[in-house]
Write a protein that binds this ligand. Structure first.
Ligand code: BTX
Length: 324
């Protein structure tokens, strides 16, 4: 808003020095009570402000942002992320990416937001996406592949995210089929792949990636604290989201090229090397049934193979997996 930019302007003019409430009030043309309220708003957006009696306010640090400029500066890709659509707050980056893809956005177009108010998980579940602490992004791809191979791109994305996290931190995440990335058994990332297609022709694949980056434990709602974590919680270090995005885009572009050239096999080998569930006893809940058995591996289609106790092998296209 207008007041917001004036307030920021007042602080940049003060150039790191204290600026009194009175001065701010005059600068933006409001009451001192209103100033206090605007300062609180800034704080809730991730600004750290010091307030000292008789001296006024000073900005100690600004929130780290993931604007198009931050992402593009130092990005080592040819096409992924060359076009970035950035928003402060959206319902879901998927929704915007769908619209852009429908309007003909080119392959590699990235939609990224500081906050999602209706972040989407799979099967109409929701994805908690608070302001400034995570990576909430959607990438538009236009592969020339048949419909049934699209799930392979979810697996490819999981590999890219693991490798990107490994580049940006000291952490070593694992993958739980099909799309969860775990650290110490807690979910730090979710991937949602959606298609725009007709008959057997794919117009575009919209890959949504949600990564918990700088959240503290208290930032998660009660019901997620046991099963979710962030890179900050696991590593003890704040992580630059823009740098993380750059690493992931670079890995993804490499793997995508490999996939288009050589098919799914090399991706599958990488995926299996990060998988945490293979060879283990698992519980798979599909929409219609619950199966227990050993996770044998994935097929070339990215489908999970489960051997039940009677030795029968099931192919699982979509399910939630627990490793009891
Ligand atoms: P999923 O269905 O595998 O996971 C959703 C479930 O995960 C929820 O029901 C909840 O239990 C749990 N959960 C919700 N939020 C979080 C969180 N922040 N961290 C850990 N666990 C959580 C996974 O679906 C796919 C998520 C994709 C999110 C991205 S963000 C950018 C893009 N835009 C969008 O709306 N969705 C995608």
């Amino acid at each position: 808003t207008d007041v917001r930019s004036k307030l920021i302007e007042a602080f940049s003019k003060a150039d790191g020095k204290f600026i009194s409430g009175q001065e701010i009030a005059e600068y933006i043309g409001c009451s001192r009570t209103a100033v206090w309220k605007h300062i609180e708003d800034l704080r809730s957006e991730g600004y750290v402000l010091e307030a000292v009696r008789k001296k006024g306010y000073q900005i100690v640090s600004k929130p780290e942002k993931v604007t198009a400029n931050e992402i593009k500066l130092g990005l080592q890709t040819k096409i992924f992320g060359k076009s970035v659509h950035y928003e402060e707050s959206v319902e879901s980056t998927q929704k915007i990416a769908h619209r852009l893809a429908g309007d003909g956005a080119s392959e590699g177009t990235l939609v990224v937001a500081e906050e999602q108010t209706f972040g989407k998980g799979r099967l109409s579940r929701s994805w908690h996406s608070p302001k400034h602490t995570g990576v909430w992004m959607s990438l538009i791809l236009r592969p020339n592949i048949p419909f049934h191979q699209a799930p392979q791109l979810t697996l490819l994305t999981a590999v890219a995210v693991v490798q990107g996290i490994e580049e940006a931190t000291d952490l070593m995440p694992g993958i739980k089929w099909p799309n969860d990335i775990l650290i110490n058994q807690k979910k730090v990332t979710g991937i949602l792949t959606e298609l725009q297609a007709e008959a057997d022709r794919i117009h575009s694949v919209i890959i949504g990636i949600g990564i918990n980056v700088n959240q503290k434990n208290d930032d998660f709602p009660e019901d997620l604290r046991q099963k979710a974590s962030s890179l900050f919680i696991e590593s003890g270090q704040p992580v630059s989201r823009a740098r993380l995005i750059q690493h992931i885009l670079a890995k993804m572009e490499q793997l995508y090229q490999l996939y288009l050239d050589k098919g799914f096999t090399p991706i599958k080998i990488l995926w299996e090397s990060y998988a945490v569930s293979l060879g283990k006893e698992i519980k798979a809940s599909t929409l219609t049934e619950t199966l227990y058995g050993k996770a044998l591996g994935i097929t070339d289609e990215g489908v999970l193979l489960l051997e039940d106790n009677a030795g029968q092998i099931h192919t699982i296209y979509s399910a939630d997996i627990e490793i009891p």
